[in-house]
Design a protein around this ligand. Structure first.
Ligand code: NDP
Length: 345
């Protein structure tokens, strides 16, 4: 492959991918041989060595049309690997052939073939140079989930959140986003209360730095319009009724960053937390934000916010284990970070 082709993938290199197709009214992923000639036209052809598992991948793999409209499709909203070809006119810079890059979000893995295949072809504007000293596997230990956790914490910090204000809660704490948020906040010196439905994850959450673990019942729907304010700030990864209950328990002037919907997209709240306590609800989008904003968080994750426990405890799987790992996401049985390594099996 050369650097000067106008269509990077036109030479047609075969590769392996975990491709999802519609079968008997359902959706099933399986090992498939594909050609780079069939990848969507893009500026940068990347040989993917690692991807990362996310709740959105599980939605795509199960045929959720809100995520992926057309099948067969290769999911994987995260990818890291080596640039093998650039289209003529593509902005080179840090993206020269042979450089290590990572891609998260935008349309990757949704309606653009994603990181569960050994090659992707994407616009240069989606690619981030691998942070100094990091390997593809390290970056994918964080993936979109880690980026989202970083953005959630960043939002709290921009509102002036500090350890001196008191406890910070993290809901869905054992999940991919939640677990990284627990560790980042702990690294920053916060007193972290992890809220989790998995009692068996208590030791892990403490290892990540949580000082207190509460069961999900702490956020069960209650009739009272407001509750005792116990949390200075919070990172919510579940949405729905638990988020509404969390808002009732935040101290005056506190902030809650919100990124997820596993507990539902409806938010059954009143205006009271906002007008009686001045609570701030901060939305987090890790997908469509400018590349420079993503880069700033990646630099923090590779620097002062580095999560060594998350890196140590991440589970590495091959494509053969994708189906069961993605099912666990949908059944809310997944925990921690899972990295996909191509070539493992
Ligand atoms: P995971 O499945 O890894 O984690 C979600 C966690 O939420 C579970 O592990 C569980 O944790 C908890 N949970 C699951 N179901 C329920 C429920 N019904 N009620 C309360 N808690 C529940 O997913 P991710 O961490 O990857 O993603 C979390 C959310 O964030 C998803 O909705 C995802 O779509 C969203 N997201 C949004 C992004 C953005 O840019 N806005 C980017 C990335 C993710 P426990 O057992 O510990 O309670």
């Amino acid at each position: 492959m050369s650097e000067s082709k106008s269509n990077p993938q036109q030479n047609g290199q075969t590769y392996q991918a975990w491709q999802v197709s519609e079968q008997d009214g359902g959706y099933r992923g399986c090992e498939t041989t594909l050609s780079t000639a069939d990848l969507p036209a893009g500026e940068v052809l990347i040989r993917v060595s690692h991807s990362s598992l996310n709740y959105k991948d599980a939605l795509s793999a199960s045929g959720n049309k809100g995520v992926t409209r057309q099948f067969p499709h290769t999911p994987g909203i995260d990818a890291a690997g080596e640039v093998v070809e650039l289209a003529a006119g593509a902005p080179a810079g840090v993206l020269g052939v042979g450089s290590q890059v990572l891609v998260t979000g935008y349309d990757l893995g949704m309606n653009t073939s994603g990181g569960f295949g050994e090659y992707i072809c994407v616009p240069a504007a989606w690619c981030i140079a691998m942070p100094e000293g990091w390997m593809a596997k390290t970056a994918m230990t964080y993936g979109t989930a880690g980026l989202t956790a970083g953005l959630s914490v960043h939002k709290l910090l921009t509102m002036g959140a500090s350890p001196a204000q008191g406890k910070v809660a993290v809901s869905g704490a054992s999940g991919a986003v939640g677990s990284v948020a627990v560790e980042i906040l702990s690294v920053l010196g916060f007193d972290v209360v992890a809220i989790s439905g998995k009692t068996e994850q208590e030791d892990t959450l403490r290892t990540l730095g949580a000082s207190e673990i509460l069961g999900r019942e702490a956020l069960e729907l209650q009739k009272k319009p407001m509750l005792k304010p116990v949390f200075a700030n919070a990172v919510d990864t579940v949405g729905g009724a638990p988020l509404a209950e969390l808002l009732k328990q935040v101290k005056p002037g506190g902030s809650v960053s919100c990124c997820g919907l596993v507990a539902g997209i409806e938010l059954p709240t009143s205006v009271l937390p906002f007008i009686l306590r001045g609570v701030n609800l901060l939305g987090v989008d890790s997908v469509e934000i400018p590349l420079a904003d993503k880069q700033a968080i990646w630099d923090k994750l590779a620097g002062p916010w580095r999560c060594l426990q998350t890196e140590k405890s991440a589970r590495v799987i091959g494509r053969n284990d994708l189906a069961s790992a993605l099912e666990a996401f949908l059944a809310a049985k997944s925990s921690g970070k899972i990295v996909l390594q191509h070539g493992l099996n």
